[in-house]
Design a protein. Structure first.
Lengths: 486, 1211
């Protein structure tokens, strides 16, 4: 069939069902919808999303987001500013700061002395991207990733900045990126949630910024689209295990009877929700085996584990989460998000960033290598970064060996890898102070638009009508950053 | 479609018509018959597709064209008009929406909006028909229309008339009345959030009187459970939670607001009164505490205290939240758009938005919540018990104070005598006149008439003052240092530093005898200070640091808080030994000011000496004669009376008796007592003493005093040889302190040791004392503790003549004196102190709750450009409301109270509609207007517009009575229909918007949990109080929480609190209770007036596996055996089924669960260990009424029942 024609047909189907979802409403759910439209029911196959088909050919099927909560210092990791050595303890020139707002943690400082990074930088890979000694493993795959040095955001504090990054606005209430994907694209997998979240342990400063369930929440979308947390304590998924003293055979028997009893009600009352409920109980039953199978890494050979480093067998570590993320990618979980906390280094940055980097460096590189070895990197997008950057000037006492950095929304670095992403590429540039972007700025909305683009979604067209508005992830902004795409 | 009946075009049904090929409005032949309604058909199309560029937002308007009002749309535009009424071919709109060229077509492709054929045809037809605009229905005061009469004749209620007429139009039949079982279950859930009990079902089945249904409703409306159910929905709208919500997400104490809401729904005040409290309870003239609590609605939004957060930004965020919440809850308007620009769909300009915003931008609370549970302003909300206890305490306190302050002639004259004595004794200090005085820092020294010396001139960073003087030797033990203030010094305090503080790092002194020529005889001897006292010490800088021998640590020393205490300072340094030998001696005193704090030296100094630092010290005689009960006495190693002897035959130092301690051999021998009846509390500078007489003929070789405190005797001082092996022999430590030579035998000698010296700091409580000797014979007499700290503290006051004292000083001194000398008085003071403490501890327990409070002077509000907090533009904006709404009355205050009054005007077009719509939503599953939160252009057209208006009118006209309105709806036949869904219903009324059947939808989260607790008999129906923490999986809070948050660690409650109704569950916003969130409870971060209803595998896992539901299952099994033990299996299963669903099971159903029971029975008979495990899930005991395998089998059956679709569904 002519590809364009097929696209048109899909488009029509999309509009048809897109409208039906929003007008028929969630009371009926998809089961009812499928009855109307002759779609497969929930119990079989995978679950379609709102779009049914993407807007255009997707480059990737799934996303793994490695979120460094607290905001890692771009200056000490990715954005090398050798000139700053000469500026040690000199004031940040007023022309650079240019009256931009500061947090109230440093706005009262009488001066803004420059703290050059004490870490050594080198050029890596054919692209010669400069990276710091703190992340040798990530540096070793410099030719596989695309480093964006010109990210910027609007929020200056953690809570709003993380919320902005993940939901497109600074205040609570909107769906997160993963929820949008879940809503728009549906699930590729019939026995695992489409959107899974992990919260890794960390070893830097113990007192770490909070996370919020809204970061993987569904906002005004139905809650079924929210992220499901894969936990390292207790049940990997909430309430997954049968209660003590309930045998698998008993559970099966109970579910069979439950299904028969509910079917009887469905036959008598005719409410499609009852059928949907039967299907959800079956999905739950499948998750009871698919999730333990997912988290049981005993079948992973040692050489694979070695990619992720020595902490891979400690549940909850970033390394362990990364390997699980790969297992989820193999099982076609649409969106995996790992949160690593502890990057908020207002003081004693050199010592704590070392520990933070040692948590994530090898596992991150290991994940990308592992995905690549399995051919999964071609249709997976990996994103690494935090919610904003940090200031070149020192917060608190400055010595040759010790310094702290405040929040800096004006520029920060992230990197991406995977399908559709230019490899060994560096995008964007900042001034000598890593304070202002001098070339190719990438706004948070642009990043989100680009992520959606890679998944075949026009960010302007993945919408949810709410309170009279067509709400979308990128609000009314966002441009796809084609320069970082192949 | 029946001819002559207007075809109502329902957006929700578009799909169905398209899908089933039904005729659309544009179809040939129908046109002439179908009047197109602007409101119903045209506005939704224009609003969604055209208004963004051709609507109210002037900034976004393209081509200067506005299509949202007739005047603009009809306007001549160079010879043609966008809309030419009656002439579609002359209308540019028609031309453009039918354009083929993508450059011309409207809406433009880049907007991703497009019109379908039907929509285009409808617009054309509307223009053909005259393009009549109508005001938006929701902004016109509702009118009561006559309920239509369906062809089947009169209906039971007016509401049914509207519903049935509409169903007839759609050729949809309605359903029969549901069974009584179904009805009572439906109603009980709708009014109380819980299922009916079997007894209630049975009684309704029996009661066939015509008004039985109404009586059931009235009973349920009167139940306190009503408020717990309907209040809960209000809490979603009010975004109530128990934490602040942002960043740290610490505890916020606000549950009195939640309880108030529950009470209000139960009390059922007129809704307009209810609203006044919510919006402006703090402003109601003569409003009471309850009104203030209600105003918490304004404060319930999330707040932050994140380091670095900017106040202006958050004040804006809060005001925006309040404004938008106001819009959603009361106006059914989505105002949020207008924060940044004129509203694109509804006629709200950005300026008007800030007019509304300004009502809410005028409260007094700080932007940063300080992470405090009581983020001011708050009010205290005492319980009844707390109020009455406080009242009682206040009374007692008044009585006690009266007793304390009453005159007492006897005491007052004794005090006068005491003071006179004191003044005489205070002469004991002899000021030393220096032979020489130097400053290493080169300060200029000037002698003043009062014998003090002033240091001026050079002000070195560090300084040492060296002072020598001649005194009589062997007379004095104490040196007093006075650091005096002087007008010549900076900052008015005693120090020379810029803040007038002082750090004395060390005082050193030495003494040497001098001959007649004043030449030294021999080498000087250092004076060892054992104790130091000061009338003030700065925390971490005690005066003891000045005698610790450490002059080098730059951060140690005595500091005097000179930065805020601008007064004279006194320190006294005491040696255990008299200073120098008899005769003239030269004393050299060095004051070292060597700390890292520069210039921290005294500026005016006077030094004195005294024989004894505390001549008037108060001695507490702990023991003297046998007549006073001491505690538990021991003699040698056994309990028993001591060996008291009389003055007649033995030496006695005090009173009538002393104690003889005699032992034949060289061994340790002692008297001691424990568990003192009058324990002693050590005060600063206290010294212990005892008198001893060592017999000359059989002298003991060592005497020792031991003090018992905190279960330890390790506080010892001894005189003589180191023979007593308590504590480490040979060492000099607090538990074994050598004090020097044995006292001279044959006379009474006072043994004395400072409490500090044997490791008993101020505050230690002493409850025993031992008098120990090694061999020989000794008499021991009075012993106790010598305190002078208090006296010295009062010294400055005592030296002031009585007539020169202020009244306050007089009172202070009197209280001090009476306390020391009158045991009664001490009791009164103690009592007062205790009452105060009790009062404080009750006050601390009293809950507080956040309330609104209005600023006196209005905070200026200006339009924020693009909604940016730091970009205010234009003139200040007065509080006001958008023009399209009824005007704000002139005589109404322009504050929240006025806003509430404006809102509750009986003719307000929105409030009543929005409110009855929410009631409708709660009962029928979907509102008459589906978009509960949006009645504007983009909101959905009401399914029954006339009915909505009729209800709104009825609601207002009957006095804003919520309960009455709820009952009105529940009395309808429409509500009471069966909920059976036919294929025709599904096709024509998939969402049951037309009420072709009774409501049927999944219960809300709280109802599902509460039902399980109710069925199991576990439910604890205690109302109100702090949020409770029932079971939740471990680690949820920790996984997301800020490490320093006080809600980062979850600790489960126990006992009753595990089984309270879900409305009382502690709500942490950043990690809401999972068992509620999974079932679509909102996170309470924003206002929600319409919950989603999803159907997910997570819900299945929750209901199957959560401890709470498993525990409920096994308790439900216990319960049926407890209550129906005599019944057979089938009867019990029948009861369980009825309890859970309200109805009897069918035979097939009964067979299914019965065979499951048999299967489980067989399973658990074999797997008894499994049975025991299952029965241990949850905290409540399993009980022993049922044999475990049997119990487990029944628990599984109950779990199956709790998971039934019908059980989690209101049908």
């Amino acid at each position: 069939m002519d590809p364009e024609l097929q696209m048109n047909i899909q488009e029509t189907r999309r509009q048809f069902f897109g409208r039906s979802l929003t007008t028929v409403g969630s009371t009926l759910g998809l089961a009812a919808l499928s009855q109307l439209g002759g779609l497969p029911t929930l119990a079989s196959e995978t679950r379609p999303g709102l779009l049914l088909a993407p807007h255009f050919k997707p480059k990737v099927k799934r996303v793994i987001s490695l979120f460094m909560s607290g905001a890692p210092s771009q200056i000490d990791l990715f954005d090398h500013k050798p000139k700053m050595k000469e500026y040690f303890d000199k004031d940040l020139p007023e022309s650079i700061r240019d009256g931009q707002r500061l947090t109230t943690m440093t706005s009262g400082q009488s001066r803004f002395p420059i703290a050059p990074s004490i870490f050594k930088f080198d050029r890596y890979g054919p692209s010669g991207a400069e990276m710091s000694e703190l992340i040798p493993n990530i540096a070793s795959i410099a030719d596989k990733i695309c480093l964006v040095r010109s990210m910027y955001t609007e929020a200056i504090n953690h809570d709003p900045a993380m919320t902005f990054m993940q939901t497109g606005i600074q205040q609570p209430g909107r769906p997160s990126l993963g929820s949008w994907l879940n809503y728009g694209l549906g699930s590729l997998n019939e026995s695992l949630p489409a959107f899974m979240v992990m919260q890794a342990t960390w070893t830097g400063r113990k007192s770490a910024q909070a996370l919020f369930e809204r970061l993987w929440g569904a906002g005004m979308l139905p809650s079924e689209y929210q992220g499901v947390t894969l936990r390292s304590v207790g049940d990997p998924v909430l309430y997954l295990s049968d209660p003590p003293g309930v045998a698998k055979t008993s559970r099966r028997s109970m579910l069979d009877r439950l299904a028969r009893l509910n079917q009887g009600v469905a036959d008598r009352i005719g409410d499609p929700e009852t059928l949907a409920r039967i299907a959800q109980y079956e999905m739950a039953y499948r998750m009871q085996s698919s999730v333990p199978e997912l988290v049981d890494t005993s079948d992973e050979p040692q050489h694979v584990k070695d990619l992720y480093g020595p902490e891979v067998d400690q549940p909850g570590t970033f390394a362990s989460c990364c390997m699980l993320a790969r297992r989820m990618a193999e099982r076609d979980v649409r969106f995996v998000q790992i949160y690593h906390r502890g990057w908020d280094q207002h003081g004693a940055l050199p010592s704590t960033i070392r520990r933070q980097c040692s948590d994530v460096d090898q596992p991150t590189a290991g994940l990308i290598k592992d995905l690549e070895m399995r051919g999964l990197l071609d249709d997976t997008l990996v994103i690494w970064g935090g919610e904003f950057g940090r200031t070149i000037y020192c917060q608190g006492g400055l010595t040759k060996q010790d310094y702290g950095r405040d929040h800096h929304p004006r520029c920060f670095s992230m990197f991406l890898a995977g399908g559709g992403i230019k490899q060994g590429h560096v995008h964007g540039e900042t001034d000598d102070f890593s304070y202002n972007i001098t070339r190719d700025p990438v706004h948070v909305h642009d990043l989100n638009a680009t992520i959606l683009h890679l998944l075949g979604i026009d960010h302007e067209r993945l919408i949810h009508p709410y309170q009279g508005r067509d709400v979308r992830l990128t609000d009314v902004h966002g441009k796809v950053v084609h320069d970082i795409l192949t | 479609m029946p001819k002559g009946v207007p075809f109502l075009f329902i957006p929700a049904l578009t799909l169905l018509w398209l899908a089933s090929g039904s005729p659309t409005v544009a179809e040939e032949g129908e046109e002439a018959l179908v009047p197109i309604s602007y409101n119903q058909q045209i506005r939704p199309i224009l609003s969604n597709n055209c208004f963004p560029c051709h609507g109210p937002d002037s900034a976004a308007r393209k081509a200067g064209l506005r299509l949202d009002n007739a005047e603009d749309a009809y306007r001549d535009r160079d010879g043609s008009a966008a809309i030419a009424p009656g002439n579609s071919s002359a209308s540019l709109v028609v031309e453009r929406i039918f354009a083929e060229d993508s450059d011309d077509i409207m809406p433009p492709p880049k907007t991703h909006k497009s019109l379908d054929d039907a929509e285009r045809a409808t617009i054309r037809l509307w223009i053909e028909q005259g393009a009549q605009y109508e005001p938006h229905w929701a902004w016109v005061t509702p009118k009561r229309s006559t309920p239509p009469l369906p062809s089947t004749g009169a209906t039971a209620t007016a509401v049914d008339g509207f519903i049935r007429a509409r169903l007839e139009q759609e050729s949809l039949p309605w359903k029969l009345r549901a069974s009584r079982e179904a009805l009572i279950r439906r109603a009980t859930f709708d009014l109380t959030g819980l299922p009916p009990s079997l007894a209630e079902v049975d009684s309704f089945l029996e009661d066939q009187e015509p008004d039985s249904w109404r009586r059931v409703l009235d009973r349920l409306l009167d139940s306190p459970r009503f408020g717990e159910h309907w209040g809960r929905m209000w809490l979603d709208a009010a975004r109530y939670a128990d934490t602040h919500g942002l960043h740290l997400d610490n505890y916020r104490e606000m549950w009195p607001y939640r309880d108030r809401v529950i009470d209000l729904f139960n009390e059922n005040p007129p809704y307009d009164q209810f609203l006044l409290g919510q919006l402006a309870g703090d402003l109601i003239p003569e409003g009471d505490l309850d009104d203030q609590i209600s105003s918490g609605f304004v404060r319930a939004h999330p707040t932050t205290s994140e380091g670095g957060a900017i106040n202006d930004e958050y004040r804006m965020i809060y005001s925006v939240d309040r404004t938008n919440t106001f819009g959603t809850v009361f106006l059914g308007m989505t105002l949020g758009c207008a924060q940044c620009h004129d509203h694109k769909f509804d006629p709200v300009t950005q300026k008007e938005y800030y007019g509304l915003y300004s009502f809410f931008n005028n409260t007094t609370e700080a932007e940063m919540d300080g992470n405090a549970k009581a983020h001011a302003p708050v009010v205290k909300v005492p319980t009844m018990a707390q109020s009455s206890m406080l009242g009682q305490l206040t009374e007692e306190l008044e009585t006690a104070i009266e007793r304390r302050d009453a005159p007492n002639e006897e005491m007052d004259s004794a005090q006068a005598n005491f003071e006179a004595d004191w003044r005489e004794q205070s002469n004991r200090w002899m000021v030393m006149t220096p032979e020489s005085l130097t400053s290493t820092g080169g300060s200029t020294i000037e002698a003043l008439p009062d014998q003090s010396h002033l240091f001026t001139g050079a002000n070195p960073a560090k300084d040492t003052y060296t002072f020598t003087a001649l005194i009589d030797g062997a007379t004095h033990r104490a040196i007093r240092l006075e650091g005096l203030i002087d007008p010549s010094m900076p900052a008015n305090g005693p120090g020379r530093s810029s803040n007038s503080n002082v750090v004395l790092s060390e005082i050193e002194a030495q003494v040497v005898s001098v001959d007649g020529e004043l030449n030294p005889i021999g080498e000087p001897v250092p004076i060892l200070f054992n104790s130091a006292w000061a009338d003030h010490e700065q925390p971490k800088f005690p005066v003891s640091a000045a005698i610790d021998g450490d002059q080098t640590s730059s951060d140690k020393g005595w500091a005097v808080s000179g930065f805020n205490l601008k007064e004279n300072r006194t320190a006294i340094f005491t040696s255990d030994q008299p200073i120098g030998l008899e005769g003239r001696v030269r004393v050299t005193v060095k004051l070292l000011f060597h700390s890292e704090f520069v210039h921290h030296a005294f500026g005016r100094v006077r030094l004195s000496v005294a024989p004894d630092p505390h001549p008037a010290a108060e001695e507490t005689r702990w023991l003297d004669d046998a007549n006073v009960s001491l505690g538990e006495t021991h003699l040698d190693a056994s309990p028993g009376p001591w060996n008291w002897v009389d003055a007649k035959d033995h030496p006695v130092h005090s009173g009538q008796q002393s104690r003889l301690q005699e032992v034949d051999t060289d061994r340790i021998y002692q008297h001691y007592f424990l568990k003192a009846t009058r324990p002693l509390e050590v005060k600063k500078g206290d010294r212990f003493h005892a008198w001893v007489w060592i017999d000359e003929t059989s002298p003991t070789r060592t005497v020792m005093l031991q003090l018992h405190s905190n279960n330890s005797w390790d506080h010892r001082a001894f005189w003589g040889e180191d023979l007593i092996t308590f504590g480490p022999t040979g060492e000099d430590v607090v538990s074994h302190r050598p004090m020097g030579d044995l006292p001279t035998p044959g006379k009474w000698v006072r043994l004395e040791v400072s409490a500090d010296h044997i490791g008993l700091p101020a505050g230690s409580v002493i409850d025993g004392m031992a008098f120990t000797q090694f061999g020989g014979k000794a008499y021991w007499d009075d012993a106790g503790i010598l305190g002078y700290a208090d006296l010295l503290q009062m010294e400055p006051l005592l030296t002031v003549p009585p007539e020169q004292r202020s009244e306050q000083e007089t009172i202070r001194l009197r209280r001090w004196y009476r306390q020391r000398h009158s045991p009664d008085y001490a009791q009164v003071l103690q009592n007062i102190e205790q009452l105060g403490k009790d009062q404080g501890s009750i006050e601390n327990q009293i809950a507080t709750t956040l309330v609104a409070s209005e600023r006196m002077q209005r905070r200026e509000t200006r339009l924020l450009n693009r909604g940016q907090y730091d970009d205010p533009v234009g003139d200040p904006i007065e509080p006001g409301i958008p023009q399209f709404l009824p005007p704000f009355p002139d005589d109404t205050p322009k504050n929240r109270l006025g806003l509430a009054l404006w809102l509750t005007d009986p003719d307000h077009p929105l409030l009543a509609r929005v409110t009855v719509n929410r009631i409708w939503q709660s009962l029928f599953g979907t509102g008459l207007v589906k978009t509960t939160e949006d009645f504007g252009s983009q909101g959905e057209w009401p399914s029954h517009p006339e009915l909505l208006d009729w209800l709104a009118r009825e609601f207002v006209d009957t006095g804003w009575d919520l309960k009455k309105t709820i009952r009105l709806l529940m009395m309808t036949d429409s509500y009471c229909q069966q909920s059976i869904t036919t294929p025709l219903d599904l096709e024509k009324d998939p969402e049951n918007r037309l009420l072709s059947r009774g409501p049927r939808f999944r219960l809300e989260a709280e109802m599902i949990r509460d039902q399980a607790l109710f069925l199991s008999g576990l439910l604890v129906e205690k109302m109100g109080g702090p949020g409770v923490k029932p079971y939740q999986p471990e680690g949820l809070w920790k996984a997301v929480g800020y490490s320093d948050s006080n809600t980062v660690r979850f600790s489960k409650d126990s006992g009753d609190d595990l089984y309270r109704r879900s409305i009382y569950t502690f709500w942490k916003r950043t990690s809401p209770p999972p068992f509620l969130a999974i079932l679509d409870a909102p996170n309470r971060e924003t206002c929600v007036v319409r919950r989603e209803r999803t159907n997910t595998p997570m819900q299945a896992l929750l209901l199957l596996n959560d401890i709470q539901y498993v525990e409920c299952s096994r308790q439900m099994a216990s319960r049926i055996h407890r209550e129906a033990g005599e019944l057979d299996d089938e009867q019990k299963l029948n009861s369980l089924w009825r309890m859970a669903t309200g109805r009897k099971p069918t035979e097939l159903e009964l067979e299914e669960i019965h065979s499951f029971l048999i299967e489980m029975r067989q399973h658990y008979l074999v797997h008894t260990e499994d049975a025991l495990q299952l029965l241990m899930v949850g905290d409540s005991p399993a009980g022993d009424q049922i044999e475990p395998s049997e119990h487990a089998a029944w628990a599984m059956v109950c779990s199956l029942i709790l998971n039934l679709d019908e059980v989690v569904t209101k049908g």
